[in-house]
Design a protein around this ligand. Sequence first.
Ligand code: DQA
Length: 138
Amino acid sequence: KRIIIINGPNLNLLGKREPEIYGADSFEEFLKKLQIKNPELHIDYYQSNIEGKLVSKIQQADSDFDGILLNAAAYTHTSVAIHDAIGAITTPVVEIHISNIYKREEFRHKSIISSKCVGMISGLGLKGYQLGLNYFKN
Ligand code: DQA
């Protein structure tokens, strides 16, 4: 199966950004490990800080991938456009958050994309991405 991990704004800074919340690994290092641990999956990766680019990638991914792991980061809480893009495609989307969004500021408690996703993993650190991949395995 072909899976794409799509990360939103500021997740390019993983490893440097608030390591007490998000951990000390960069996503690139972590991705290499994921690919080695899941040889039966083809795992692509895309990151953007730009809302419209995330929307375009979600639209494209519909024909190219069997599943999407999406960490929309701050756009989780604000983006009607990403909500609508997920609603417009048939490829299933699993929502991922590294931190537990319900343990943090009130403005993070509401995800406006969850209603279009198959499910959500939040608060389990980078392990959430592996758990999301497991969902797509047969
Ligand atoms: C996040 C949680 C969001 O609230 C935040 O804006 C992020 C990362 C997470 O992975 O825990 O940038 O999606």
